[in-house]
Write a protein that binds this ligand. Structure first.
Ligand code: BG6
Length: 487
């Protein structure tokens, strides 16, 4: 990797918006608290709102004080001294020029676009026209990068006209999650699993990202995207890549990203027949989640919609390692619990030596990686059930269990916001955990294939009651393949 200087300023476009207030500003505050912000590092927040610096700081302070961690006055004094606020229209060169006085003498600024992706191109042009995009500046883009392959290319081309690819940091916040990175450690820092991690031993893989929250006020965005484009195209395919990729030579950005792209390229194209037999779309109707009544999506939106708030599908990876091993993916809003989980289901023993008494006891091993809300790894192993029985021993499946939270619960330990890791990586210029252009485009290529197949097959979302595990078809699709979801 070329030597990259530490950044000296972060310019936060959309600095007064929801993402900045909930995630980015608190992450920067915590980085400061842990001593990770470079000496003299500054934060220039910019938004259209005509606010004074004082009013902006009051807002940020109130947001931080309302968090469970509380506000540390010493850290706040240091952090707030770094913060500036500029009211500007980021989409015009004149607007962006208002930032100039704040960036004088700055060598390596970070431009973080917490804005609608439709504005990315215009902001980049404005930054170039105002002479603010130097060879050492970096740009951070939030998802969604487009709505399909074609629109993602338009964004990538317009950003790429101003910033070289190695200066573009496309965020998928799942890659900043501690447990997602732990997946890399689990696979490549242990000898135990890797020899088993293939189609000789693995029967299938399940990836579930279940949320209890509904779409709520976000429907104007969501109605354009649905679960397929909002969750599956990015977060879920990233998890799939980390599970399925070959060992990279090292942790350098391109080593890891080359391996992920190979997985995406090996995904079997979805056909109209797959749409009918191996996928299901759902949309929540009124129901009860966590003991509380919940509206249906159409009620939230105010009129009927044919967007999916639930997707389950079978993906196949056509390569030597995974040929014949289905990956079942499912994600949805308003499901009974919040759960992000990867389950690796191993094959059963080839022959049972245990006789009749234990004939129904044998359960194949399973590795369950819980990413959230709990951070646990469980390996289900067969044991002898205690006691004596007539006609031979009985067997029982029990978990070998590792709670990451308990293992690391030292004094002052707290769960980091995924953006802390990612922001620190942008500051030091390490793009391993960011998504490269070809990765985004390959993911869209496959997802476009799913969307096209749905269209050809006329697949519309099936209703499911809020608080259930999705439409009945979600169970049927996995049962057709002789497997079942682990609920
Ligand atoms: C976002 C999606 O990218 O991820 C949201 O746009 C979703 O719809 C969110 O709720 C889930 O993130 P997390 O970190 O809460 O699992």
């Amino acid at each position: 990797m070329a030597e990259t200087p530490q950044a000296d300023v972060i310019v936060l476009f959309g600095g007064a918006g929801d993402l900045a207030r909930r995630m980015l500003l608190p992450s920067l505050y915590f980085l400061d608290s842990d001593g990770f912000l470079p000496e003299g590092f500054r934060l220039v927040a910019t938004a259209r709102s005509d606010m004074t610096r004082g009013a902006f700081l009051d807002m940020v302070r109130a947001d931080l004080a309302a968090r469970p961690e509380g506000l540390d006055e010493t850290v706040w004094a240091r952090f707030s001294a770094r913060v500036e606020y500029v009211a500007a229209d980021a989409t015009s060169p004149e607007g962006v020029a208002a930032l100039k006085p704040h960036l004088e003498g700055v060598r390596a600024p970070i431009f973080y676009l917490a804005l609608s992706p439709s504005l990315y191109g215009r902001v980049c042009v404005a930054l170039a026209a105002a002479g603010l995009a130097s060879d050492e500046s970096r740009i951070v883009l939030e998802k969604p990068i487009g709505r399909d392959l074609e629109s993602s290319r338009v964004i990538n081309v317009s950003v790429g006209a101003v910033f070289d690819e190695d200066r573009i940091f496309r965020i998928d916040h799942y890659l900043g999650k501690e447990t997602v990175q732990n997946l890399i450690a689990l696979r490549f820092a242990n000898t135990l699993f890797e020899p088993l991690w293939n189609n000789l031993t693995v029967d299938h893989v399940q990836i579930t990202v279940a949320e209890t929250e509904g779409v709520g006020e976000r429907w104007p965005y969501y109605d354009e995207y649905g679960a397929l484009r909002d969750m599956l195209q990015n977060h879920m395919l990233q998890l799939l890549c980390l599970v399925a990729m070959e060992p990279p030579a090292d942790m350098e950005p391109d080593s890891v990203r080359n391996e992920k792209v190979k997985v995406l390229r090996s995904l079997r194209r979805f056909t109209r027949a797959d749409a009918q037999a191996a996928s299901i779309r759902g949309q929540y109707t009124p129901g009860v989640v966590g003991g509380k009544t919940a509206k249906g999506y159409e009620e939230e939106r105010g009129e009927p919609s044919d967007i999916d708030t639930f997707v389950a599908l079978r993906a196949d990876i056509d390569n030597w390692r995974w040929a014949g091993v289905p990956f079942f993916l499912r994600t949805g809003k308003r499901l009974p619990e919040r759960r992000t989980q990867i389950a690796i289901q191993f094959k059963g023993v080839p022959h049972s030596i245990f006789g009749n008494a234990a004939k129904d006891d044998l359960t194949p091993n399973r590795l369950v990686i819980d990413l959230q809300p709990d951070e646990d790894i469980e390996l289900l192993l067969m044991n002898k059930a205690p006691g004596i029985t007539q006609g031979g021993i009985r067997l029982q499946s029990l978990p070998l269990s590792l709670s990451l939270l308990k293992a690391y619960q030292g004094p002052g330990a707290r769960r980091r916001i995924a953006y802390e890791r990612l922001l620190l990586d942008v500051i030091v210029g390490n793009s391993t955990l960011f998504v490269r252009r070809d990765e985004v485009e390959e993911a869209w290529r496959w997802v476009d294939g799913v969307a096209d197949a749905w269209k050809e097959a006329g697949l519309t979302p099936k209703p499911y009651a809020a608080g259930s595990w999705g439409p009945a078809g979600a169970f049927a699709l996995i049962e057709r393949a002789g497997r079942a979801w682990y609920d």
